[in-house]
Design a protein around this ligand. Structure first.
Ligand SMILES: Cc1ncc(COP(=O)(O)O)c(C=O)c1O
Length: 356
C-alpha cells in the first residue's frame, strides 16, 4: 500500500476512466474497424474450454491457416491476446543457458515473459545497433533478439534490415512484435517484415487483432515445429479458455475486407498531415506520436485542456514508459478528418515530439 501512496505523491497513480462523445486521438483503432459489424454474430459465444480440451474448432484451425497464408508464414497459433502470446513465447521458448537480447523499449508483456524464463536476458539501448552488437557479443546459448516493428510508446520503427544482418552474424533468432505495425505497414497491412520482404528471416512474429484490425486476440507466426512447441509448453495458451468462436470469424472478415487498403492509405495520409501541421520530420506512416513537456504538471494541464476541447488523449507516465519518454501519446486513425487534425494540432502548442 505504501507503493500506492508513493505513486500518488509522484503524480503517477493509475486510475480507470473512460471518455465518450469525444474525438478519438488515443485508441489503437487505427483503421476504424472496432465499430464495424461483421458476419461473426451467429456463432456460439463461449469456446467452453482450453483449445486442448473443448475449446478447439474447425473455425479456429481455418483461421490459423488463413493467417499463416495472409501473413506469409508457414504456421500461425492464436492466443487470447498479444499479452498472452508474448508471455507464452518468452516464458517457454528460450531455455536455461540461452540469452534474450531485447530493445529497452519493448512492451511489458515481453519483459514479463522473460522474467518467467530461465534464460539470461540483457536489454540494449533503444534502436542502438552498436549496443545491440555489444550485447550479442556477450550472449551465450541460443540467442533471441526481441524488437517491435513500430514501438508502442515512442512510435518509431526498428531498424529491421540492420538487425537482420546482425542476427545473421551472431546466429541469433529474431522475435518481431508487430502489434502496432500489422495493419499499418505492408500491403493489406501484412506488417513491417513483409513490407521489407524479409518475413522469412524472422523466426517469430506477433500480430495482434485488438489494434488496427478492430477485433481481439493475437497470433504468433512461425514454423510448424515452434507452433507445436507452444501448444505443448506455453502456459498462457494451454491453461486458459480459448477465444469465443465468433472472434475467429471476425478476424477473417476484417482481414478480407475490400476497404482495408483504402483505410490504410487514409491513415497514412492523416499521419503525414499531422506531421506537417506540427512541422515534424519523421517516418510519415507511424500512427503513434509521443509529445512531451518539461514537467508532469504541465503535461496534466495540457492533457486536461485537450480533453475539455473534446479531444480524447491521455498522458502516459513512468513506469508505463521510461522517464525520458513521459508525454501525451497521440494515435492517428483513418477516420480522423482534416478539420479535426487541424484543430487538434493547433492545440498542441507547448508540446515537443519525443523522438529517439
Ligand atoms: C507492442 C505491444 N505488444 C503486445 C501488446 C499486447 O497486445 P494485446 O493488447 O492484444 O494484449 C501490446 C498492447 O498494448 C503492445 O503495444
Amino acid at each position: 500500500m505504501d507503493k500506492l501512496v508513493k505513486r500518488e505523491n509522484e503524480g503517477t497513480l493509475r486510475s480507470l476512466s473512460f471518455c465518450s462523445g469525444m474525438i478519438d486521438f488515443f485508441s489503437n483503432d487505427y483503421l476504424g474497424y472496432a465499430s464495424l459489424a461483421t458476419s461473426a454474430c451467429d456463432l456460439q459465444f463461449s469456446s467452453t474450454g482450453s483449445r486442448l480440451i473443448s475449446g478447439n474448432s474447425s473455425t479456429a484451425e481455418e483461421c490459423e491457416r488463413f493467417l499463416a497464408n495472409r501473413f506469409v508464414s508457414s504456421a500461425a497459433l492464436i492466443f487470447n491476446s498479444g499479452y498472452d502470446a508474448n508471455l507464452g513465447f518468452f516464458s517457454s521458448v528460450p531455455q536455461k543457458g540461452d540469452t534474450v537480447v531485447y530493445d529497452a523499449y519493448v512492451h511489458a508483456s515481453i519483459r514479463d515473459g522473460i522474467r518467467l524464463s530461465f534464460a539470461s536476458a540483457f536489454s540494449f539501448k533503444h534502436n542502438d545497433l552498436e549496443d545491440l552488437r555489444l550485447k550479442l557479443s556477450r550472449a551465450t546459448g541460443t540467442i533471441y533478439i526481441a524488437v517491435e516493428g513500430i514501438y508502442s510508446m515512442s512510435g518509431d520503427q526498428a531498424p529491421l534490415l540492420e538487425i537482420v544482418r546482425l542476427a545473421k552474424e551472431y546466429g541469433a533468432y529474431i522475435y518481431l512484435d508487430e502489434a502496432h505495425s500489422a495493419g499499418v505497414m505492408g500491403v493489406n497491412g501484412a506488417g513491417l517484415a513483409v513490407e521489407l520482404g524479409i518475413a522469412d528471416e524472422i523466426y517469430a512474429r506477433l500480430v495482434t487483432f485488438g489494434k488496427a484490425f478492430g477485433a481481439h486476440g493475437a497470433c504468433i507466426l512461425s514454423n510448424e515445429n515452434t507452433r507445436n512447441y507452444l501448444i505443448n509448453f506455453a502456459h498462457s495458451f494451454i491453461y486458459t479458455t480459448a477465444l469465443p468462436p465468433e472472434q475467429y470469424v471476425r478476424i477473417m472478415d476484417i482481414l478480407r475486407d475490400a476497404d482495408l487498403e483504402m483505410r490504410r492509405k487514409s491513415l497514412h495520409k492523416n499521419c503525414q498531415l499531422l506531421n506537417e501541421k506540427l512541422s515534424i520530420i519523421r517516418d510519415g506512416n507511424s500512427p503513434i506520436l509521443m509529445l512531451g513537456t518539461e514537467n508532469r504538471e504541465e503535461l496534466r494541464r495540457i492533457s486536461s485542456l485537450l480533453n475539455s476541447a473534446k479531444f480524447a488523449v491521455k498522458p502516459i507516465f513512468h513506469p508505463t514508459v521510461p522517464m525520458e519518454c513521459e508525454g501525451i501519446r497521440v494515435s492517428m486513425h483513418a477516420f480522423n478528418t482534416a478539420d479535426e487534425i487541424d484543430s487538434f494540432a493547433s492545440q498542441l502548442k507547448g508540446l515537443r515530439p519525443i523522438q529517439s
